[in-house]
Write a protein that binds this ligand. Structure first.
Ligand code: DLL
Length: 433
């Protein structure tokens, strides 16, 4: 079943003509309304009238997270604030978060792309959908919520946390669909065992998991432990949130991109030249239909590939491979995006701490554990234990404040963190995914 079959099965030529019309209107609107982007177009010597075909997309300047930071919080919005009815935010590279805005029409668009994604996983009106994505500034919870309602299914807005209670709710309410990060799904599987509930007592049929990378091994584990079919969903706040791409139940590889709204490209992350279908590179998106916060050629830093081959489900929408990594050093810890530069930002503001640190990520069961190793200055290191304890608590609290993630802090001797000859190795990721 499809949500909007006439769009999802359009022959490529028809789809591309819709994309071109939308792109032309978007570029004109950005040029008129978003001054920082207009300045970029002027600097690149390109005018809205130069976009005559989809291939002309490559004439347009890219947008990056730095552009978002430079125009923090609302400087890239294309509509007056009066028309913005919601904002969300996620981590930026330093102290400033990435802020995104939605008009009423954008919220409607988001609900419809999410409804289309849910339909790809076989979700219908009759389903009881357990939404364990976090509600709040994170786009996961509310983004999925509106999509579930638009579909007409029943949403249980349970959000994250309190896993045992979640199992009780699943059993008593008869949840048929689970929405959560893949790592939280594994957590729920453990909570099920702890509560003495077996998968047969639940009505769960399918899990829709995303917001962090996960491997095929992890998929098998989720499927086996929860007795469900587990599918992948991709999205990012800047583009809309969850609902940019989704794996259907027929796909042998990759997720369908909702291309009538989100125009994808793959570029070489070094030369920024567009790459042909099938080649691996950085995923770039242009939002064709968003009002409040449209973006042209946004560099996601996610590594993927695009495939045009037809899919068994009949959709003609292009597919993207499971995200296999990032071109930057962003980590996702318990669903929260973390940049080493944010940790650094905290450390440089603290007296007695040297700018030498390392972030170590491990897994305890299904939970990510972040430890920050920090060198302290000589006089602090030889000080009393109490002083050291106080300092490590302070670092922990400030990191928690900035990132919302609790980490372990290990204060280490001066010059004990290995110095590198080139790029410092700030992150040691020991998670096996
Ligand atoms: O994570 C939106 C989302 C919510 C997607 C719920 C899916 C489900 P951000 O917090 O802005 O938005 O983080 C976006 O997370 O650039 C990827 O690096 C990563 N990511 C998202 N989905 C996947 C996935 C939400 N399925 C960043 N596989 C993106 C791998 C993913 N990485």
């Amino acid at each position: 079943m499809m949500w909007v079959e006439e769009i999802e099965t359009l022959p490529r030529a028809g789809l591309e003509s819709i994309q071109l019309k939308r792109l032309q209107a978007l570029v004109r609107r950005m040029y008129d309304k978003v001054l920082p982007y207009r300045a970029k177009m002027d600097a690149a010597g390109v005018k809205p009238g130069d976009i005559q075909s989809l291939a002309d997309l490559r004439k347009l300047p890219f947008t990056t997270k730095d552009d978002l930071r430079d125009n923090y919080p609302f400087g890239l919005f294309a509509t007056p604030m009066d028309d913005v009815i919601r904002v969300h935010a996620s981590s930026g590279t330093t102290g400033k978060s990435t802020v995104v805005g939605y008009t009423a029409a954008d919220i409607g668009l988001w609900a419809s792309v999410m409804a289309r994604c849910l339909t790809m996983a076989g979700v219908t009106k009759g389903d009881m959908v357990h939404n364990a994505y976090g509600y709040g500034l994170f786009t996961g919870g509310l983004g999925a919520h509106y999509g579930i309602e638009a579909l007409g299914a029943t949403v249980i807005p349970v959000s994250g946390g309190n896993s045992k209670r979640q199992i009780t709710i699943m059993r008593d309410f008869g949840s048929t669909v689970l929405l959560s990060t893949p790592s939280y799904a594994l957590n729920l599987a453990d909570a099920m065992i702890d509560s003495g509930v077996s998968p047969e007592e639940l009505k769960l049929r399918v899990g829709i998991h995303g917001a962090e990378p996960w491997s095929e091994n992890m998929r098998e584990e989720v499927e086996r432990k929860l007795g469900i079919r587990a599918v992948d969903i991709y999205g990012l706040s800047e583009i809309i949130g969850p609902g940019v791409a989704m794996e259907c139940l027929h796909s042998d590889h990759g997720m369908h991109i909702l291309e009538d709204n989100f125009l994808p490209e793959i570029v070489d992350p070094d030369t920024l030249e567009p790459l042909p279908y099938g080649e691996t590179g950085e995923l770039v998106f242009t939002t064709l239909t968003k009002e409040a916060f449209p973006l042209i050629r946004y560099r996601t830093k996610d590594i993927s590939r695009l495939f045009l081959e037809p899919c068994g489900c009949g959709r003609t929408l292009i597919r993207m491979e499971k995200v296999t990594g990032r071109t930057d050093d962003m980590l996702i810890i318990r669903g929260v995006n973390v940049f080493p530069s944010q940790v650094e930002h905290v450390l440089v503001g603290i007296e007695g701490v040297e700018p030498h640190y390392q972030i170590e990520v491990t897994r305890d069961g299904n939970l990510d554990v972040m430890a920050v190793l920090v060198e302290v200055s000589d006089h602090i290191f030889s000080d009393e234990i109490k002083v050291l304890e106080k300092l490590s608590k302070k670092i922990q609290a400030e990191i928690k404040d900035m990132l919302g993630v609790t980490c372990k802090v290990k204060l280490v001797e001066p010059r004990s963190i290995q110095r590198s000859e080139g790029k410092a190795q700030r992150v040691i990721d020991r998670r096996k995914m």
